[in-house]
Design a protein around this ligand. Structure first.
Ligand SMILES: *[C@@H]1O[C@H](CO)[C@@H](O)[C@H](O)[C@H]1NC(C)=O
Ligand SMILES: *[C@@H]1O[C@H](CO)[C@@H](O)[C@H](O)[C@H]1NC(C)=O
Ligand SMILES: *[C@@H]1O[C@H](CO)[C@@H](O)[C@H](O)[C@H]1NC(C)=O
Length: 117
């Protein structure tokens, strides 16, 4: 939980510092991996409704921060599913605001699929 709070705070700061247009892209969500050693990645862009994308975490992940697309007024309801490099399902979430999703048990992520209406 400590790291989850930390990552959310870090990304909020980053969002405030970035150009607004970046966050009004309705076709792109962003994810960031938190590793079991407590470090985390920069936000990674994920295309919405464009199939399964290979986004290897390269290490064991304890949390994934997911920020859905922002249409200029509000966040867009988005579903994302996560798969291990072996394609084993690690679960799925539906979110309508930036959310930190725990990975239970912690695992390496290989593929991400995000969809939205
Ligand atoms: C969807 O992915 C394909 C490759 O998998 C790419 O060629 C295409 O440009 C992508 N479409 C969008 C809207 O990003
Ligand atoms: C934490 O783990 C990740 C993934 O295994 C690795 O890329 C990163 O270098 C590690 N960071 C530290 C400080 O050990
Ligand atoms: C897992 O799925 C991806 C995308 O659907 C595919 O490109 C890859 O070959 C699959 N890997 C395995 C080990 O089945």
């Amino acid at each position: 939980m400590h790291f989850s709070a930390f990552i959310a705070t870090a990304l909020t700061g980053l969002a405030a510092a970035s150009p607004a247009h970046h966050f009004q892209d309705k076709s792109t969500a962003q994810i960031a991996y938190t590793y079991s050693n407590g470090t985390f990645t920069k936000p990674i862009n994920v295309k919405i409704n464009n199939g399964t994308q290979k986004l290897s975490s390269g290490g064991t992940v304890t949390d994934v921060f997911v920020a859905p697309p922002f249409d200029g007024r509000r966040y867009v309801l988005t579903s994302c599913s996560f798969q291990a490099p072996t394609n084993k399902s690690l679960g799925a979430v539906s979110i309508r605001k930036p959310t930190t999703v725990p990975v239970h048990p912690p695992a390496a992520v290989g593929f991400v699929t995000c969809t939205s209406d």
